[in-house]
Design a protein around this ligand. Sequence first.
Ligand code: NAD
Length: 417
Amino acid sequence: MNQKSPLRVAIAGIGGFGSSHHAVFSGLEAQGRVRVVATCDPAQDRLGEICARHRFSERGVRVYAGFEEMMAAHAGQLDLGVVATPPHCHAGMHQALVEAGIPCYLEKPPTLDPEEFERMVEVESHAASPTNVGFCFVHDHARLALKQRILDGEFGALQRSTFLGLVQRTPGYFQRSRWAARLLLDGKLLLDSCLGNAMSHYVNNLLFFSGLDSLAERARPLSASCELYRANEIEGTDTIFVSGVLRNGVEFRMAASHACPSATQLTEEVMVFDRATIIIRGGTGGVIQWGDRAPEEAPLSTPALSSCMDEYLAFLGGRLPRPPQTLEECRGFVEMNALFYLASGPGIHNVPDRARSRNPETQAVVITGIEEAGRTFLAQGTFPSQAGHSWGRRGGAASVEALPDLLSRIQHCGTQR
Ligand SMILES: NC(=O)c1ccc[n+]([C@@H]2O[C@H](COP(=O)([O-])OP(=O)(O)OC[C@H]3O[C@@H](n4cnc5c(N)ncnc54)[C@H](O)[C@@H]3O)[C@@H](O)[C@H]2O)c1
């Protein structure tokens, strides 16, 4: 792209994570690198405090209620479009930006509907400049260096990649918008969940580190076994146990829940190789455990929206060869998310009241023994239904060949508890 300076930017979405984008772009504007010319949000009337905080009037940011209206008003005058709206808005906004020849920074997940994803990839094939999807870890230079060591064979063959995520969410999180924790929205697949949204970065990381053909490759799943649970008053799932095999033969296991006792986030990414085990706690604290020598620290950067955006701007400015994560590189992630449901056997199990309590401070719903269940699953592959948890219920198994059945499968996945 022939970059003009400063770049003229439009941001779709003002509230929620849109506000984080506005904060980042205010900073970039102060450095003279961009000028935010427009933003839009149908809820703008209720977002006066956020509009004031980001000083839209003083900065000359035009505020619109609708995306189409904003695009029409600034036709031919935009150098970058940022989509920080809910996932069901992404495909249409991405298409409008691509067709207008404007580079797009698209929030993750691009979509969780595999068919919509393929339509987006087709649209993207006509893009003047590749879209970046906002998965915020994979551009970290220390992670890329660690992956290079994996590719160089320093740790031996990768046997298994796992993720444990206990990230508490309160009832307000599930009530914040009409799409939160929904399987379907207006009859279309949405599939919002702990691993499809809040912890999606870690699923993407697992696929990134397990893609063994090149630095850029993200692995794709082949088959999975899964148990899905619903502890909160929601339609979708807030607790997922899944194991399976990637197309390159590497095993994976993930256990994730929003219904956990502590408000302190617990995330552990573990990769087991022939000669070493890599453990990344809290997204940044990497340790390499060797069988025959002392452990080695492998610190990683804190993932931040600002650094992810910096990388995309550097790409648009011709200073980097590629964006941090292209749309097509999300295919394995979208397939993996779909497999959770296809492989869930009878669908999402309601956690019985006797196995639910509340964190007295946050009021978050907590599943009894969730951390132990997660740790046992990751260490031994034993699902909660096999490990004697009173709330454990059998799931099922499936391969990616079942992907075309996803919509009908979801229609039988159970309803709001
Ligand atoms: N990268 C990250 O770490 C991170 C963190 C949080 C959220 N996200 C992603 O950001 C996106 C938004 O999530 P959220 O939780 O902020 O959602 P949200 O429901 O809070 O929506 C964000 C804003 O978009 C507005 N909006 C809704 N429809 C719109 C439309 N048609 N046009 C313009 N604005 C519209 C909403 O009114 C709201 O103000 C999602 O894709 C989410 O997964 C990413």
